[in-house]
Ligand binder design. Structure first.
Ligand SMILES: [Zn+2]
Length: 78
């Protein structure tokens, strides 16, 4: 088993920053990219942590996530 982020890489994981379940709404879908294996989904947790999810025919799993501080908050745009 390999793990670069400390996350299990399976469903049922939680955001380490706010404790929110990764599979629970609401989370914001930032973008989606097709890959050879399926697609990659970028989502943002309610705390601002950006998550990268690998999506294939077996479902989605979080493969990487950023700290909330790494994400510019959009308040300035409003
Ligand atoms: Zn979070």
């Amino acid at each position: 088993m390999t793990s670069t982020t400390g996350a299990a890489g399976t469903t049922g994981t939680f955001c380490p920053y706010c404790g929110w379940p990764d599979d629970a709404a609401p989370f914001q879908v930032v973008s989606r990219h097709g890959t050879a294996a399926g697609s990659t989904l970028w989502t943002r947790c309610g705390c601002g942590s950006l998550q990268v999810r690998a999506v294939d025919d077996r479902g989605a799993r979080v493969v990487s996530r950023s700290r909330p501080a790494d994400v510019p908050f959009s308040r300035a745009e409003q």
